[in-house]
Design a binder for this molecule. Structure first.
Ligand code: 16G
Length: 244
């Protein structure tokens, strides 16, 4: 791997125990994308030799990086740089847009799709009149086949058309009708994954995930979406540019 040289260079610039320097150099290389998401790491023996560390130091370092969500090991296939999505907090995009712009293939598993009158608490929150027909769409979201998050979205049937079956991009579907949300109010917090969601995300119940609530409004100020998303904490990182 050509990047090994760069990692070794970074290790040499650091001080402290070899294992710590290895983890720090790898972390920075993954964060600045010297090592790209999904990139396979060399076999243990070669990697250890090229980095000038023992195999046990390398193994411990990789265990630490896996615990922190920087690398993932797939049985039989080796160790890879984890798919970590850096998402600007101020860009109004949907899941499909986010994945395509990173060269990843988005897919969804539909866990539920039903039409009902708007639940009263959603009506109070969004201003959608009681009696409005809404669709509740629950999807497991994947990138290149890996589970990234769980979306549960409620939106007026009118915004997507009565023949919408939940497949494909929700925002693309809205674009083809009256348009997707143009203004979004969003809250983001760390939460322990509830049991049913943890099962779908492939993590232990209680694992820290990003719990995101968003309400999206159309150009006219009308509510178009009330959504809860649970994103895997080891795969997502929200970033913001702050000026003052
Ligand atoms: C994102 C949104 C979700 C929206 C979806 C549309 C967050 C936290 N959630 O997952 O509210 O429904 O994108 O994506 O950003 P789609 O166009 O791929 O269906």
């Amino acid at each position: 791997m050509t990047e090994t040289h760069e990692i070794r260079r970074r290790m040499d610039r650091l001080t402290g125990p070899l294992g710590v320097r290895l983890v720090m150099a790898m972390t920075s290389a993954i964060e600045d994308r010297t090592l790209g998401p999904g990139q396979p790491l060399p076999a243990e023996r070669d990697f250890a030799a090229d980095l000038g560390v023992s195999r046990s130091t390398l193994r411990q370092g990789l265990e630490q990086l896996a615990k922190d969500g920087y690398v993932a090991t797939r049985p039989g296939a080796g160790t890879f740089v984890a798919q970590r999505i850096l998402k600007p907090i101020t860009r109004l995009t949907g899941f499909t847009d986010d994945m395509l712009s990173r060269g990843l293939k988005p897919s969804s598993q539909i866990l539920g799709c039903k039409v009902m009158p708007v639940p009263p608490e959603i009506s109070f929150r969004t201003g959608l009149p009681l009696g409005t027909e809404v669709m509740m769409l629950t999807r497991l979201r994947q990138a290149d086949g890996e589970v990234m998050g769980y979306d549960r979205s409620i939106f007026p049937v009118q915004a997507v058309g009565a023949d919408f079956d939940g497949t494909g991009s929700l925002y693309a579907r809205m674009d083809a009708r009256g348009g997707r949300p143009r203004r979004i109010l969003q809250s983001l917090k760390a939460a322990g994954a509830p049991e049913d969601i943890a099962r779908h995300l492939g993590v232990k119940p209680g694992t820290a995930v990003l719990a995101i609530h968003r309400i999206g409004y159309g150009v006219q100020g009308n509510a178009l979406e009330d959504a809860m998303s649970w994103y895997r904490g080891d795969r997502y990182e929200y970033i913001a540019e702050i000026t003052g």
